[in-house]
Write a protein that binds this ligand. Structure first.
Ligand SMILES: O=P(O)(O)OC[C@H]1O[C@H](O)[C@H](O)[C@@H](O)[C@@H]1O
Length: 296
């Protein structure tokens, strides 16, 4: 069966290879697992809550309408970190295509807990997530519609946790020359290193990175993951390392930081304003490619 729905999950199985699958939790419309011929591409904490009690630690959580906490921004100051989309029950809208295998999920105010919705001045909105699986790629696309009578601002981000073998053998390429806001140092700087490598916690927002720059996660010279963005100007690179991992109750195993890196495409370095009736579209494509340095 290429699309299987249970009460809590939707599972896509590629017709040409039953070991190529994607599993999506309806809570948060969170992609939990994506395998290519049986090889897991995403990292999921063994402590992740999958019962709808909180956002999932791992996979591809969805960040909307705010990235992080913004206590000094009136419209979003009371929202929890990363907003409410990742911690709300989305509606499975069904399969929309056979080739590529495609399904959709929807979120509206009716799906969001009142105590959260009221913290965003109760704006009216519709989110449609589209998930497309091919033999060698996974594409997640979002459509955000302002169904209200007034404009409102938002952030969007795919909080993608990628599986890697060893963080100390891993680097992220094609970011030299890009402006970055370092969330740890709380300063901005131009990336001068030929690659981003990891010897401690890394938490950086690379800003307004051209969509023409594909971001690659490379280990020992081999490209493990390639990310192609469409209309997602910013790229967050995050690894919690030892101390931050210890501080997250649902981050297990505690040395799991060695096997994951978050490459998070989004629109987070400023707020996007949506006019009544306007629809904003963006997507991330994760696929296998050969090594392609576009900037060193
Ligand atoms: O723990 P969460 O709310 O899921 O946030 C996890 C992480 O998300 C992003 O990567 C931010 O840049 C980090 O600062 C934050 O720690």
């Amino acid at each position: 069966m290429t699309v299987e729905e249970t009460e809590t999950h939707v599972i896509l199985t590629h017709p040409k290879n039953p070991q190529t699958q994607v599993s999506i939790l309806k809570h948060g419309a969170t992609v939990l697992s994506w395998t290519i011929k049986g090889k897991e591409q995403l990292w999921l904490s063994t402590g992740a809550k999958l019962d709808g009690s909180k956002a999932v630690r791992g996979g591809i959580p969805l960040v909307f309408p705010v990235f992080g906490k913004k206590p000094d921004v009136e419209a979003v100051k009371d929202l929890p970190q990363h907003g409410f989309a990742r911690d709300s029950p989305w509606e499975f809208l069904g399969q929309t295509k056979e080739e590529p295998l495609t399904v959709q999920f929807g979120l509206g105010p009716e799906n969001v807990r009142e105590e959260l919705l009221s913290k965003w001045s109760g704006n009216d909105f519709t989110l449609i997530l589209t998930v497309e699986l091919t033999e060698e790629s996974l594409k997640t696309s979002i459509e955000i519609e302002n169904t209200d009578s007034h404009p409102w601002d938002f952030n969007w981000l795919f909080h993608t946790y990628l599986q890697i073998d060893d963080i100390e053998d891993t680097l992220v390429s094609n970011l030299p020359g890009e402006l970055c806001y370092d969330q740890l140092l709380k300063i901005s700087y131009e990336e001068k290193h030929p690659v981003v490598d990891f010897h401690g916690e890394v938490d950086r927002i690379y800003q307004k990175v051209s969509d023409s720059k594909n971001i690659q996660v490379v280990a020992l010279g081999k490209p493990l993951h390639t990310l192609k963005r469409d209309n997602l100007q910013d790229v967050v690179v995050w690894n919690p390392w030892i101390e931050k991992s210890k501080g997250m109750g649902d981050f297990l195993p505690k040395d799991g930081f060695k096997n994951m890196v978050c490459i998070e495409p989004g629109h987070v370095s400023d707020f996007k304003t949506l006019q009544p009736g306007e629809i904003w579209r963006a997507s991330q494509l994760l696929f296998q490619d050969e090594l392609k340095y576009q900037a060193v």
